[in-house]
Design a protein around this ligand. Structure first.
Ligand code: HEM
Length: 427
C-alpha cells in the first residue's frame, strides 16, 4: 500500500515538474496550442510518425494570428508567422537573434561547434568572415569548370544507366551528383560517387543522412533537448563520419600547401545557355518553395525583447521558430499552394513575393552562405540533363511526396523513380 502511494506521489511530482511551464504562453497572452504532458506539441514526432518541420508547419496553420506559442517537451517555443516580425528577427534585430536555438558545445562536439551553421555568435562571426570570400562572384565563376565537368560525368552516368533500365531513382542519382560536387569543390578530391556504387564519400554521406533511430535521436536532441546532449555527451554525427571528414580536410590542406598551382577551368557557355532559359530559374524556385530542404529556421533571443507592434515580451533564451514549410504552403502568400506553378516566380509575378515569406535559404546576416553556389550547381545539372533527356513520371513514381519522419531536413521517405529517355534533339 505504502509503495503504491509512493509511486503515485513520484508520478505526480514528475508530472508537475514536466508541465510546470505549460501556462507560460497563457500568462503572456500569446495564442498557443495546448500541449500534452511530457511531449508538449510534438508527440507525433517523438513516435516517428511525422517529420519535425512538417509538424511545426501544422502547428503554424492551427492558429490564425501573427505568432503561435508551442511547447517542445516542457520548453516554450515561439513560432513567428507575420513577415514583418520575421523581418525583425532575421534582419532588423539581428543583434538580439544572432544565435540559433540549436545546441552547440565545443567540449562535447568540437566538429559541429566549429561548423558555421551551429556556431555560437562570437565564433560564428569569425567563421562567416573567413568563409565569405570563398563565395564571391569571381570565386564562384572559377568553380563553373569543375562543376561543369562533373555535370558531364553525370550525363554520361545517366546515359550508361538508362541503357540498362529507363527507370532510375532520382533521389539516388541526384545524391551521387551532389556528393561528387561537394567532394570536388569543397575538398578538391574526385570522390567517384557516380562511377563507383560503393565510393567511400557516398557511403559516408548516406551515413550522415540515412536516419537510423540512433542518428535521429542524436540530431533531434541538438534541436530540442540540450540537457540530454550534456548528459549523454552526444555528438551530432557518429564517430566514423567525424574521423572521415577530419582526415579528408587535413589531407587536402596538406596537398594544397604542397601544390600551389592547383587551378580550375571554365564553361561559361553553359551559363550563357541557361541565362536564356529563365524558366529553369522559376522551376528551381518553385521546387524550393514546395520542398524547402531546411524547412524550419531557428533563432534564440538574447535579451528581453518586445515583439514589434504587440504587447508580447519574451525573455532571453526563448527559442524562436520560423516555419518555412508553413509559410511556403500558406494560401495567403502562395494561392493553391500544393500546385507546382513555376510562373509564380516569373518576371511579372516576382514582385508579389517577399523575402520574408519565401525563405528557402533563410534571410539576414545568418542566411545560407551557399545560396548562389547551390543555385549554380542545380542549374548546371538541370540545363545539361534536360537538353539530353526527356524525363517523365512512371508507374512507380509516388503520386504525393511524403517525408521521412526520421530526418530533420525534408527528405522523401520513398525512392523517386522517374523514366529517362535520351532525347532525339539536343539543344
Ligand atoms: C539547395 C541547397 C541549399 C539550401 C536550400 C540551403 C538552405 C539553408 C538554410 C535555410 C539555412 C539557414 C538560414 C537561416 O537561418 O537564415 C542555411 C544555412 C547555411 N547553409 Fe545552406 N542551403 C543549401 C546549400 C548549401 C551549400 C551547398 C552550402 C555550402 C557550400 C551551404 C552552407 C550553409 C551554411 C554554412 C549555413 C549556416 C550559415 C550561418 O549560420 O551563418 N548551404 N542553408
Amino acid at each position: 500500500m505504502h509503495s503504491l502511494l509512493l509511486l503515485c506521489i513520484t508520478f505526480y511530482v514528475i508530472y508537475k515538474y514536466l508541465t510546470r511551464n505549460f501556462d507560460y504562453w497563457e500568462q503572456k497572452n500569446v495564442p498557443y496550442i495546448r500541449p500534452k504532458p511530457f511531449f508538449g506539441n510534438i508527440c507525433e514526432v517523438f513516435f516517428f510518425r511525422k517529420q519535425f518541420a512538417v509538424q511545426i508547419a501544422e502547428l503554424y496553420h492551427q492558429i490564425q494570428d501573427r505568432m503561435v506559442g508551442i511547447f517542445i517537451l516542457n520548453q516554450p517555443f515561439l513560432i513567428v508567422k507575420d513577415p514583418e516580425i520575421i523581418k525583425h528577427v532575421l534582419v532588423k534585430d539581428f543583434d538580439i537573434f544572432r544565435n540559433r536555438s540549436i545546441y552547440s558545445n565545443e567540449n562535447i562536439d568540437s566538429l559541429s561547434a566549429n561548423f558555421m551553421f551551429f556556431a555560437e555568435a562570437n565564433k560564428w562571426k569569425i567563421l562567416r568572415t573567413k568563409a565569405s570570400p570563398i563565395f564571391t562572384s569571381g570565386k564562384l565563376k572559377n568553380m563553373y569548370g569543375t562543376v561543369g565537368s562533373i555535370v558531364k560525368k553525370f550525363v554520361n552516368y545517366l546515359t550508361e544507366e538508362t541503357v540498362k533500365t529507363p527507370i532510375l531513382d532520382a533521389r539516388e542519382v541526384c545524391a551521387r551528383y551532389s556528393m561528387d560536387v561537394v567532394a570536388t569543390t569543397n575538398f578538391g578530391v574526385d570522390a567517384a560517387c557516380l562511377k563507383d556504387k560503393n565510393a567511400d564519400f557516398y557511403l559516408i554521406g548516406r551515413r550522415m543522412f540515412d536516419f537510423s533511430y540512433e542518428n535521429t535521436i542524436r540530431q533531434a536532441a541538438y534541436f530540442v533537448a540540450p540537457f540530454f546532449i550534456k548528459f549523454a555527451k552526444l555528438q551530432t554525427f557518429d564517430r566514423h563520419v567525424y574521423n572521415y571528414i577530419k582526415h579528408l580536410t587535413t589531407s587536402q590542406i596538406n596537398f594544397r600547401e604542397e601544390n600551389d598551382n592547383y587551378r580550375n577551368g571554365d564553361i561559361i557557355d553553359i551559363l550563357v545557355e541557361f541565362k536564356r532559359r529563365k524558366v529553369i530559374n522559376d522551376m528551381i524556385f518553385e521546387v524550393l518553395r514546395k520542398y524547402p530542404p531546411l524547412s524550419l529556421l531557428d533563432r534564440k533571443c538574447s535579451t528581453i525583447y518586445k515583439i514589434p507592434n504587440s504587447d508580447v515580451i519574451i525573455e532571453p533564451g526563448t527559442p524562436v521558430y520560423i516555419s518555412v514549410y508553413g509559410l511556403h504552403h500558406d494560401e495567403k502568400y502562395f494561392p493553391n499552394p500544393e500546385k507546382f506553378i513555376p510562373e509564380r516566380f516569373s518576371k511579372e509575378n516576382e514582385r508579389n513575393i517577399s523575402d520574408y515569406f519565401y525563405l528557402p535559404f533563410g534571410n539576414g546576416p545568418r542566411n545560407c552562405i551557399g545560396k548562389r553556389y547551390s543555385i549554380i550547381v542545380l542549374k548546371l545539372a538541370l540545363v545539361e540533363i534536360l537538353s539530353e533527356f526527356e524525363i517523365k513520371t512512371c508507374i512507380n513514381t509516388p503520386l504525393k511526396i511524403e517525408y521521412s519522419p526520421k530526418s530533420l531536413t525534408l527528405v522523401p521517405n520513398k525512392n523517386l523513380y522517374l523514366k529517362f529517355k535520351k532525347s532525339a534533339i539536343h539543344f
